[in-house]
Design a protein around this ligand. Structure first.
Ligand code: ZN
Length: 110
């Protein structure tokens, strides 16, 4: 998920400060951004902003809500298309469940 362009872009803030590459939480999703240490001005990476907006839209349309299905003895949860596309999840990748609490889990795709 590395974007070489991102690191190469040199920005100068209106205040004359030199924005630093960092990450921030935006609309519940971690996005890359440049932040000016002088005035605090932030610029979110356009590709990440686009992705966050699309995921937010899908969330509002309930496209991130899927039903549990039974296959053999296991329950199956499908990954919404917006996520497989946005995060380039290919077949054959491994998914690991993390238990965060009652009724709450996260999945790491590696
Ligand atoms: Zn600035």
């Amino acid at each position: 998920m590395k974007n070489v362009q991102f690191g190469k872009m040199k920005l100068v803030c209106e205040c004359g400060g030199k924005p630093q590459e960092t990450e921030t939480m935006w609309k519940g999703i971690i996005v890359r951004e440049w932040k000016c240490p002088k005035c605090g001005e932030e610029l979110i990476h356009p590709a990440d902003a686009q992705r966050a907006l699309e995921i937010e839209k899908a969330r509002k349309k309930k496209e991130l809500v899927v039903k549990l299905r039974k296959v053999g003895k296991s329950s199956v949860i499908t990954v919404p298309q917006i996520l497989t596309e946005s995060f380039n999840m290919k077949q054959g990748k491994k998914a690991e469940w993390n238990v965060e609490g009652e009724g709450k889990f996260s999945i790491s795709i590696t």
